[in-house]
Design a protein around this ligand. Structure first.
Ligand SMILES: Nc1ncnc2c1ncn2[C@@H]1O[C@H](COP(=O)(O)OP(=O)(O)OP(=O)(O)O)[C@@H](O)[C@H]1O
Length: 638
């Protein structure tokens, strides 16, 4: 079995070696160096040091592996170097010998995270073309983009699966697609967090071989790897071992065994050198970490760096790829304008929405089902003078349906989407404004269609007035409430995870629902100012007044008192409105307030999402205060 997989792996490596990336724009090589790098986090009252003044250098054209025992700080090092974690980091980072400008560096580097965050209902080919439109933009023709995409798919051996949607891809294919998407504008530095985790031996070998090939094109490729096999280990040009936040080895992969030998630690010939150095670093063979850190000077020593002379043919390839048409670093900005990004993202979101048939069907059935149930519960009550209060309740039930149904989907799906946006936004696929505008447009369209389906059932079944202006006004208020509720859902889900979002959303609705109807039925008697203020905080209140205004305002005729009823107390609409304290309601005022609330909620959602992706000083301060209060509360509780 081992033999077979080894053979397959070698075959894969050979075939990858034949791939080309000639159509990609050429970039200048970037060597990344770091001196005295530290990273600490606050844990309660104290701070925990994760990286302890380490040094190192990752060169262009080389594939670097960051190894180490679990919890040593590999991912943290990758996050800090990629600029993904900035707060709590110290030390100096240099690119090509110059101090790193983080803003500029983010344009140069791409970070492929451990999770395969892909759009599930989009095929590989579509995903690549969409990414090409976003990243390469209109600078090249559609035909040229196709060539670039085909070239990368071939290199990453994804051509056979190019018409398969991402949800159906194997683990290895998903990983390769993540890499392929980031290769599109040929970044000079690529960071990968554990690209082989979850892959079998052959898939891991294929993945690392292609990364080596990508590196050979003049890129700096750095990945953290969990216990690589001996064969996988041999692919790496450079190995950086982290042990308890310090550098325990920094040099050529082939130098690991001689390095350990110099420290009187002999790796048995049958042992995988990667396993051995990780075992030694984790203290399994005694306390040797200090010795290793001292020998390698916490990463400063270059002694083992060039232990083996690099292959000259590889050098040649590197030369060729970087010899002509090199674009400047500044060219690595967004490839498309905000308007183009909006259109491309909207197309992608529409595709996702339409292809998620099960979800669409579920939402549709739910709206039809609730439309029928609510309609039948309040059937024919629209003109019935003996049921005026029930009709009023129908308005309220309509609002609650229009609040919950659009709010729940973003609460459960958007937190995951935020992770995807994080990756794409961090890797500079698009601007957040374009994304948010496309997201709101796509969601709004779906919500409008579903709300109309719901209203198409309840309005006629409950015998509301069949006058066009009233129908339009009723629909406008319901749809506005649905949009606001959806925006609130998005704002909550922009900040919290699924569990907390799904808890907070419905809980938050309870006071909104209570405040919406508090004080109605007391006539024109004024409420205490505090209740007036609190009531005005619930957008549902404006929804309620808007619906009442839509159906009852300026209605001259009385409602019909059925024969079976002895007495109809609320036959006169004017009297009913007076009793409810709603005599002066104005549709346009309530609709106007709802529009303002809608705009505010959308701004809030955008602001929270932006802060989640790149928090500003004020937001960070609020978080620190929040954490401090939380810690205090926990401590006082103990
Ligand atoms: N925000 C944080 N708060 C507290 N501790 C943290 C935080 N981030 C990381 N750590 C700790 O820092 C150490 C290094 O974490 P890191 O994820 O970098 O390890 P790793 O080497 O990648 O581990 P693994 O191989 O298991 O993924 C761990 O002990 C982890 O618990």
């Amino acid at each position: 079995m081992e033999m077979n997989s080894a053979g397959a792996g070698a075959g894969v490596a050979r075939s990858i070696g034949r791939g080309h990336l000639s159509h990609l724009p050429q970039r200048p090589p970037v060597t990344l160096a770091f001196h005295d790098l530290t990273y600490s986090v606050r844990v309660g009252k104290s701070s925990k040091i994760i990286l302890r003044g380490i040094h190192g250098e990752f060169r262009s054209g080389q594939l670097t592996a960051i190894l180490g025992p679990s919890g040593a700080g590999k991912s943290t090092l990758l996050n800090v170097l990629a600029g993904y974690r900035v707060e709590g980091a110290g030390g100096h980072v240099y690119t090509n010998g110059e101090p790193r400008d983080l803003r500029q560096f983010r344009k140069l580097s791409r970070y492929i995270m451990q999770e395969d965050l892909l759009q599930p209902y989009i095929t590989i080919r579509e995903a690549m073309l969409i990414a090409a439109d976003l990243k390469i933009g209109v600078g090249i023709t559609a035909q040229a983009k196709l060539v670039v995409v085909e070239e990368i798919l071939q290199l990453l051996m994804l051509s056979k699966a190019k018409d398969t949607t991402a949800e159906k891809l194997s683990g290895g294919e998903k990983k390769r697609l993540s890499v392929a998407l980031e290769l599109l504008n040929n970044p000079p530095i690529i960071f990968l967090d554990e690209p082989t985790t979850g892959l079998d031996e052959v898939a891991s070998s294929m993945c690392v071989s292609l990364l080596k090939r990508v590196a050979r094109g003049g890129r700096t490729v750095v990945c953290s790897v969990h216990t690589p096999s001996a064969r996988l280990f041999a692919h790496f040009d450079h190995v950086y071992v982290v042990a308890d936040g310090r550098c325990a080895y920094h040099g050529a992969a082939a130098g690991v065994v001689p390095f350990l030998h110099c420290l009187h630690l002999s790796c048995p010939t049958t042992h995988n050198p990667a396993d051995f150095i990780i075992d030694v670093s984790s203290g399994e063979y005694g306390s040797h970490v200090n010795k290793m850190v001292a020998a390698i000077e916490n990463g400063r020593s270059q002694k083992w760096r060039d232990y083996e002379v690099p292959d000259s043919s590889q050098e040649l390839e590197l030369e060729q790829l970087n010899s002509s048409g090199v674009e400047t670093c500044k060219a690595l900005k967004h490839g498309s304008t905000a308007w183009q990004q909006f259109r491309i993202l909207l197309r992608r979101m529409m595709l996702q929405t339409v292809r998620n048939r099960r979800h669409l069907l579920l939402r549709m059935s739910l709206h039809v089902f609730l439309g029928l149930i609510i309609g039948l519960l309040f059937s024919d009550m629209g003109y019935d003078a003996s049921k005026t209060v029930f009709n009023y309740n129908f308005f309220y039930v309509c609002l609650i349906a229009m609040m919950y149904m659009p709010m729940m989907p973003p609460l459960s799906t958007f937190p995951r989407e935020v992770h995807l946006i994080k990756r794409e936004y961090f890797n500079r696929w698009y601007g957040l404004k374009a994304y948010y505008a496309a997201h709101i447009t796509c969601r709004t369209l779906a919500t409008t269609v579903f709300s109309l389906i719901f209203l198409a059932f309840v309005y006629p079944i409950t015998s509301q007035p069949m006058e066009l202006p009233r129908i339009l006004m009723y629909t406008a208020i319901c749809v506005a409430v649905a949009w606001i509720s959806e925006s609130i859902g998005i704002a909550i889900a922009s900040t919290l995870n699924v569990v907390n979002s799904v808890f907070l959303g419905p809980v938050l609705c309870v006071p909104l629902m209570l405040l919406a109807v508090y004080g109605y039925g007391m006539g024109d008697q004024p409420l205490p100012i505090i209740w007036e203020v609190m009531r005005s905080c619930s957008y549902l209140r404006y929804g309620m007044e808007g619906l009442v205004a839509a159906i009852y305002s300026e209605r001259k005729e009385d409602l019909v008192c059925p024969e079976y009823a002895d007495y109809c107390m609320y036959k006169s609409i004017v009297n009913f409105l007076r009793l409810m304290g709603m005599s002066g309601v104005s549709f346009w005022f309530d609709f106007g307030v709802l529009v303002v609330v809608l705009l505010l909620m959308n701004f809030l959602g955008y602001y929270l999402l932006r802060q989640r992706l790149s928090p500003n000083y004020a937001y960070r301060s609020i978080k620190i205060i929040g954490n401090y209060v939380k810690t205090k509360m926990i401590m006082s509780h103990q």
